[in-house]
Design a protein around this ligand. Structure first.
Ligand SMILES: Cc1cc2nc3c(=O)[nH]c(=O)nc-3n(C[C@H](O)[C@H](O)[C@H](O)COP(=O)(O)O)c2cc1C
Length: 342
């Protein structure tokens, strides 16, 4: 048991009467205010260098912060100090939006999972662009995740993504096209062949574009999407987003089965890995993969690498295990020789 799981986590989980979103915001605000000497000290403790180049970008290590943790880039300098080798901000949308009604974030503690239906609450692409301009370059690669504004009809999605892209691509080492959140009505239909082709065509340019996919797609649907990604120059795949399935919830968390939203964390581990393996095999290793979903230990990360991931990201694992997990994965996860060569 670490200091995080024995002391910090219980305190954080009690904040705001146990309200998960309150604890999240509180933590982000504290991280955002850390002074430079504190960041430097954290970096000495948590930093781990094992550089690798993937889709033309050089990463100091293979472990990234997943999209959704720091949607508006509030605490950006804290993430490299906590050991992350890259950070994905967002998902942001062209128009600022409040997201769904609260409560919309639930801990499935017995299952080490999270159910969320945040609905892309964010300050908008222009606000993030201002923030990134003010901050200057990070010392790790920055991914920017783009989604569709809720009020924009699906048929105008390309223009909506393009608006965000124009504002943000100058700051991004890669762009993540999020077409897989279950919490914006109709968004997942943008994973269809024609829709994703139109998006990739519109966003083609100097910045690598990766597509983030849902774990609930069928194999034929993934195969079709991969063909389009290969045809239209996508730089890679991020697999996976949260799942609509409620398999793997412990009995103590069954009450969360009826909450709308996506499930992440340990219940997703096996499925996300299966999707990564399928993407890797089906694409013949031609599309680099960022593996995300239920990585709760260095062992889970090693298996994700062996399934074909070139990089990994953490969200739920970071909430349940804290920054020790970042270091553990960066230091201990062993990509197979094939993965290391990617
Ligand atoms: C509260 C919450 C908010 C999220 N928001 C986003 C988001 O804005 N964009 C996105 O691409 N993924 C988002 N995700 C999905 C994560 O990035 C990740 O793909 C998913 O949680 C699986 O990883 P995990 O099991 O490590 O949490 C969110 C996840 C959670 C739990």
């Amino acid at each position: 048991m670490s200091l995080f799981t024995s002391v910090a986590r219980p305190a954080l989980f009690r904040l705001g009467g146990g309200d998960a979103e309150h604890a999240h915001e509180w933590t982000l605000e504290r991280l955002a205010k850390l002074p430079a000497p504190a960041l430097a000290a954290m970096r000495r403790w948590y930093g781990f260098s094992a550089p690798v180049e993937v889709f033309g970008v050089r990463f100091p290590n293979r472990v990234g912060l997943a999209a959704g943790v720091d949607k508006n880039g509030i605490a950006l300098p804290a993430w490299p100090a906590l050991g992350f080798g890259f950070v994905e901000v967002g998902t942001v949308t062209a128009k600022p939006q409040p997201g769904n009604d609260k409560p919309r974030l639930f801990r499935a503690k017995a299952s080490e999972g999270i159910v969320n239906r945040m609905g892309f609450n964010n300050a908008g692409a222009a606000a993030l662009a201002d923030r990134l301009a003010e901050l200057g370059p990070l010392d790790v690669p920055l991914g920017v995740s783009l989604g569709k504004s809720k009020v924009t009809p699906l048929e105008d999605a390309v223009e909506d993504y393009l608006t965000s892209y124009r504002l943000l691509h100058p700051y991004a080492d890669y762009i993540a096209v999020n077409v897989s959140s279950p919490n914006t009505p109709g968004l997942r239909t943008l994973q269809d062949k024609d829709a994703i082709a139109a998006l990739l065509k519109a966003l083609a340019g100097p910045v690598p574009v990766l597509v983030k996919i849902a774990p609930d797609l069928t194999r034929p649907a993934i195969a079709e999407l991969l063909d389009v990604c290969l045809d239209h120059g996508a730089a890679g795949i991020i697999a996976t987003n949260t799942t609509l399935s409620r398999d793997g919830l412990a009995a103590a968390d069954r009450h969360l089965a009826s909450e709308a939203g996506g499930l992440s964390g340990a219940p997703l581990t096996a499925r996300a890995r299966e999707v990564v393996r399928f993407v890797h095999t089906e694409s013949g290793g031609r599309l680099p993969i960022i593996g995300v979903g239920g990585i709760m230990s260095a062992d889970d990360a090693s298996r994700m690498f062996d399934a074909g991931a070139a990089l990994v990201q953490l969200y739920s694992g970071f909430i349940y295990k804290g920054p020790d997990l970042v270091l553990e994965v960066a230091r201990g996860a062993r990509p197979s020789r094939a993965a290391a060569a990617r």
